[in-house]
Design a protein around this ligand. Structure first.
Ligand code: NAP
Length: 478
């Protein structure tokens, strides 16, 4: 932690104790430090504090909230290098990517600082002479969030910024493996003048303790979750008891399609960005490649050559493009998916070298069949299975043959095909001749078992607002 200049970012660190949580560096196994864990009782107390602050936070003007969010954004940018180092140390992603995530995470604060001022209602033409109808938008109340380890800053700000902008108090639970980035960002929110009770974090080695407290509480009026479909299903069911507003950003199984009329070099470039960002540990990363028969060999040759340029290692080192997996369970799962695919007839054409620790060399697999587990499951690692196809209809059927519906990508230069395929794909986000689509400006979210709700964009703040209809009656119109 000597690398961090602004020590206030690490004010969450504590002395080790029976109730503290160790945070480790996945690249080295070294313990970076520990943070206090909150008991169930402390989580309830934090919820009570949020409830007590809710009324006054909702009463602040949109302009005041916007100014505080703007100061928070500025502090994040000023501390970009330190935040990026903290993230690389606890999460493993290469430093350049971590800097990119800090900027991406901050962009939601910038965006919602503006959107705070634009939560307009409507006036509605009345159906009777003596009435006037209108709607106003109001905060839903206390908003809770549970976030994963793969984007430890952006997943917090993508939820906290719209919640605060809308006038909701926010209480978040970051992943136990990457809490330091989240605490550092919240520390900056406090320094920006956002009251401590208005934005809080809680952690516990048992995520269930916090999940139960959030889901069963009447104080929490909105739960936003990003993580696996398995946990998302469970939390959705748990929230039914208190009939909360719920948003679910869950798992994905993105197809990446290369048609016979595609620009192959552009497709290879897009494939590298889409597949290997964060070592393949992203929900929107290409999980399975479908390449038309006519260009299969050409694409694979160029793709393998581009993959050979990637460099695996400690994300703090210059030139590293692939960091470690988050933990041993993740590495073991990835390796067994590759072994199983090979036993079913797939061939490894890049990445045969085994690595120590939590590192996995990027792998390209050919002769892959659509029915293999590696195609059906979310891999969450730097493995690219490449499947052949020969017709558009066959491709669309295979691309949609999954419970997931988060992101999909395809490369083609035929405008008719582009519209047909874009409309046929059952996904919340589609990249057309583009391997990276995330931006605060556009709505992020999935369909099917990838979840519901949208983050970012003009839609993102609606997740934290109620619409109230006001009917003014008995008006004398003479
Ligand atoms: P995960 O196991 O579902 O964990 C996500 C969060 O849920 C963590 O904070 C975790 O806490 C918490 N959690 C686990 N069990 C819980 C329980 N019983 N009650 C309440 N909370 C619980 O997912 P992950 O492996 O960390 O993250 C990877 C998954 O997230 C992938 O499926 C990926 O596709 C998905 N993801 C989706 C998006 C999106 O926007 N759609 C973005 C990023 C990631 P602990 O860490 O403390 O256990």
């Amino acid at each position: 932690m000597d690398l961090i200049k602004n020590k206030s970012l690490l004010s969450c660190l504590c002395e080790p104790s029976d109730s503290s949580i160790n945070v480790t560096n996945p690249a080295t196994g070294e313990v970076l430090g520990c943070i206090p864990s909150q008991s169930e009782q402390q989580v309830f107390e934090a919820l009570d504090q949020a409830q007590a602050a809710q009324k006054s936070w909702a009463k602040t003007t949109a302009k005041e909230r916007s100014a505080m969010l703007r100061r928070w954004f500025n502090l994040m940018i000023e501390n970009q290098d330190d935040l990026a180092r903290i993230m690389t140390l606890e999460q493993g992603k290469p430093l350049a990517e971590a800097r990119g995530e800090v900027a991406y995470g901050a962009s939601f604060i910038d965006w919602f600082a503006e959107e705070a001022k634009r939560t307009y209602g409507n006036t509605i033409p009345s159906h009777t002479e003596d009435r006037r109808l209108m709607t106003i938008k109001q905060p839903v109340g206390v908003a809770a969030a549970i976030t994963p380890w793969n984007f430890p800053i952006a997943m917090i700000t993508r939820k906290a910024a719209p919640a605060l902008a809308a006038g909701c108090c926010f209480i978040g639970k970051p992943a136990a493996q990457t809490p330091l980035s989240a605490y550092a960002v919240v520390e900056l929110a406090w320094q920006a003048g956002i009251p401590r009770e208005v934005i809080q974090l809680v952690v516990n080695p048992s995520a269930r303790i916090i999940g139960d407290a959030f889901c069963n509480s009447d104080i929490v009026r909105k739960l936003s979750f990003t993580g696996s479909t398995q946990i998302g299903r469970m939390l959705t069911a748990q929230c039914a008891h208190t009939v909360k507003r719920v948003s679910m950003e869950l798992g994905g199984n993105a197809p990446f399609v290369v048609f016979d009329d595609a620009d192959i070099d552009a497709a290879v470039k897009g494939a590298i960005v889409s597949k290997f960002r964060n070592a393949g540990q992203t929900c929107v990363c290409a999980n399975r490649f479908y390449v038309h028969d006519a260009v299969y060999d050409q694409f694979v040759d160029r793709f393998v050559s581009a993959v050979s340029q990637l460099k695996t290692g400690n994300g703090l080192e210059e030139g590293i493009t692939i960091g470690p997996m988050i933990d041993q369970a993740s590495k073991t799962n990835i390796q067994s998916l590759v072994e199983q695919a090979v036993s079913q007839g797939a061939r490894v054409v890049a990445g045969e070298q085994q690595r120590e620790g939590l590192f996995v060399e990027p792998v390209v697999l050919v002769d892959v069949d659509h029915s293999m587990d590696i195609v059906q499951e979310e891999i969450f690692g730097p493995i690219a299975p490449v499947i052949r196809f020969s017709s558009d209809d066959e491709l669309i059927t295979m691309a949609n043959d999954t419970i997931y519906g988060l992101a999909a990508y395809f490369y083609s230069r035929d405008i008719n095909r582009i519209w047909k395929v874009a409309e046929a794909l059952e996904y919340g986000m589609v990249g057309i001749n583009e391997g990276l689509v995330s931006t605060e400006l556009a709505p992020f979210g999935g369909v099917k078992q990838s979840g519901f709700g949208r983050e970012g964009a003009k839609e993102g703040i609606d997740e934290y607002l109620e619409i109230k209809y006001l009917c003014f009656g008995g008006l004398d119109n003479d």
